[in-house]
Design a protein around this ligand. Sequence first.
Ligand code: SF4
Length: 348
Amino acid sequence: MQTIYDLTLKQMQEMLEAHGQKAYRAKQIFSWLYRKRVSSFDEMSDLPKSFIEQLKQEYSIEPLKEIQRQVSHDGTIKFLAELQDGSSVELVLMHFQYGDSLCVTSQVGCNMGCSFCASGLLKKQRDLTAGEIVGEVMFVQKQLDKEGRRVDNIVVMGTGEPFDNYTNVMNFCSIVNSDLGLAIGSRHITISTCGIVPKIREFAQGHYQYNLAISLHAPTNELRRKLMPIAKPYPLDELMQALREYSEDNHRRLTFEYILLHGVNDSDEMAITLANLVRGMNAYINLIPYNQVDENGYIGVDDKKALHFYDILMKHGVKATLRQKHGDDIDAACGQLRAKHERNKQSS
Ligand code: SF4
């Protein structure tokens, strides 16, 4: 059954009109769902009883139920949750000084095949609907409500390539961003893509205020093709050209994600090449410690090496940040917990 979280405000108004209801009730329903955060239609006490019965016939509210959670010593929580069709998704909640940040999943599995990623070990089964992604946020928000906390930031950086599920991801952003919904500001929502150039151009034309992050991970085409198959149809020069145009047209700063992999992309030469690639752009590089994925043999770098790489970037005129390790004592790498769960399901 479709979750009502699927509907943007406009779609909610259209649904109401199709049921002979006044469009203003869309605001009432948004308020029940996202402000009061009810879990049943029966609680929506200002809606006509007969209409509530219709809603119950056509929509569910909560699309997720918890399968497992792991809590790290640093406060990171990884949830594995089940969707209505039995598929599982991962969510990671990280606590920073500036607030709680939730990493959501946009697809069940992923077809992009990045060689360092546990999510790529399980091929895409399907796209998540907008409402299922909203459901991920609501699932966590309802838990945070008990402690008076809120989801302050959302990163669409979990399993899946968001721009391979473009319409649903953009509808998701519109729902959580809505002032009548969770009102999470555009600048607090980050979409991360591995580099699907036509979709970057489409996103640029939308003039959205959401943040855009690029999973770069290699400063040369040769290495990027080895790590990320998407670099074959969309080589680095095409990608960088589309990003420059996006950044200039939209006056937006870009984030380049760069996972440091020992002996692969962590040399001084790579750091200089990376700095040369990005210098002059309105961008910074986010260096990410690698959460090792057992199956593929990559290993991360130590803190000293990461700092050295960071220093080279800074010396060569490029802004960078060195992300703290999160959840290194749990299965925090993207897709790791789900991959284990699916293997266990198959062997039982
Ligand atoms: S890094 Fe992202 S795009 Fe690449 S395989 Fe993993 S989930 Fe997919």
